[in-house]
Ligand binder design. Structure first.
Ligand code: NDP
Ligand code: OXD
Length: 320
């Protein structure tokens, strides 16, 4: 057992959820909640654990004796890319509720584009009764998922249950029952099969700016939806928004659903807001449930303090 077993929290999440979840979390440990103004200026130099989401830039300098850093979300780009991090284990958040929510969002967006929901919404607003025909079935449409990690693997399985033809792409070749998979080398073949592209990649040096004009032109044209659709809930830094807008205007893409953006919040003057065939959600595809996050941190600290290996440790070289 460490002499000081306290936890620093620096989570830029809604306060009410944090305060409520803290009532029953971390028994027997001091929690220094940096969201509480009473802790401003507190000496953080000898605390072993930090749980962070977009932390204050000076946190890692001030907390010089950390042993483990816990990310408040599944993605870790908010810490890996922004700070000179000490060489410590970074544990990311992996949780059933987060995974389920992401798959709900992905399936919803694929069905939205499959069933012409945006067109029907406009028609309803204009009091127009007009059936879109022909209506393709899910089995006529290939959804290609980029990123087959915790979230991508769950999403491909649930898309399959909905009847879609599903293919997947990841850095290393993955085996998933019933899903044709491609590795990094197979990108062009994967894109040529894909009618609806779903991005569930982490943001790393390799994935930055990946979803741009060159990639969109490689997607299948003339499939059951006519034009390909781009859906992204990974990270906005992987997409080039000017290219998305141009591809939608030029008919290279037929639609898009975006939960993440190059800069968040999305600027009020972005042309994306006003394109008919675009769904925008405010980085809300799969929010972290704070109670579940604290339970996950408690489990990992218990492992760490009893000498067991931590789970979900980020590969710092790969960046995710
Ligand atoms: P994982 O680390 O479990 O999976 C990442 C996947 O991406 C792996 O399959 C990995 O390949 C693949 N990958 C990484 N880099 C490359 C690359 N250069 N080329 C090809 N494939 C690559 O992450 P999760 O599934 O848990 O989460 C994915 C991302 O989703 C998070 O990093 C976060 O950015 C985002 N997210 C967004 C949320 C939202 O609300 N919008 C909520 C939660 C997460 P391999 O299998 O070979 O390692
Ligand atoms: C995450 C996110 O990474 O919410 O968990 O984006």
């Amino acid at each position: 057992m460490l002499e000081n077993n306290a936890i620093i929290l620096d989570l830029k999440f809604p306060r009410a959820g944090i305060v409520a979840a803290l009532k029953n979390a971390f028994p027997g440990r001091e929690v220094i909640d940096m969201g509480d103004p009473a802790n401003a200026g507190r000496n953080l130099s000898d605390f072993p654990y930090a749980v962070v989401w977009k932390p204050d830039p000076s946190l890692f300098e001030k907390a010089g004796d950390l042993k483990v850093i816990f990310s408040g979300g599944a993605g870790v780009d908010h810490i890996l890319s922004a700070y000179e991090l000490p060489d410590l284990p970074v544990v990311r958040f992996v949780d059933r509720s987060l995974t389920d929510r992401m798959s709900e969002w992905v399936v919803l967006q694929c069905l939205t584009h499959l069933r012409g929901a945006l067109v029907y919404q406009r028609q309803q607003r204009d009091h127009v009764w007009n059936e879109l025909s022909p209506q393709p079935e899910a089995r006529d449409v290939t959804v290609g998922v980029m990123g087959l990690g915790v979230l991508g693997e769950d999403a491909v399985k649930k898309l399959k249950v909905m009847g879609f033809d599903v293919v997947g792409w990841s850095r290393r070749k993955r085996q998933i029952d019933g899903i044709e998979t491609f590795d990094a080398e197979g990108l062009d073949a994967f894109l040529a099969r894909t009618d609806i592209l779903v991005g569930l990649l982490p943001l790393t040096a390799e994935t930055r700016g990946l979803y741009g004009a060159t990639l969109f032109r490689k997607l299948r044209q003339g499939g059951a939806l006519g034009k390909p659709v781009f859906i992204n809930a990974g990270r906005g830094g992987s997409q080039v928004e000017a290219d998305i807008v141009a591809a939608l205007r030029d008919g290279v893409l037929g639609g898009a659903s975006l939960d993440v953006f190059e800069t968040e919040p999305l600027s009020a003057d972005s042309p994306l807001w006003d394109l008919d065939n675009v769904v925008i959600t405010p980085h809300a595809a799969a929010a972290s449930d704070v109670e579940a996050l604290f339970r996950h941190v408690e489990r990992q600290i218990a492992r760490f303090e009893s000498g067991k290996p931590l789970e979900h440790v980020v590969d710092r070289a790969a960046g995710y």
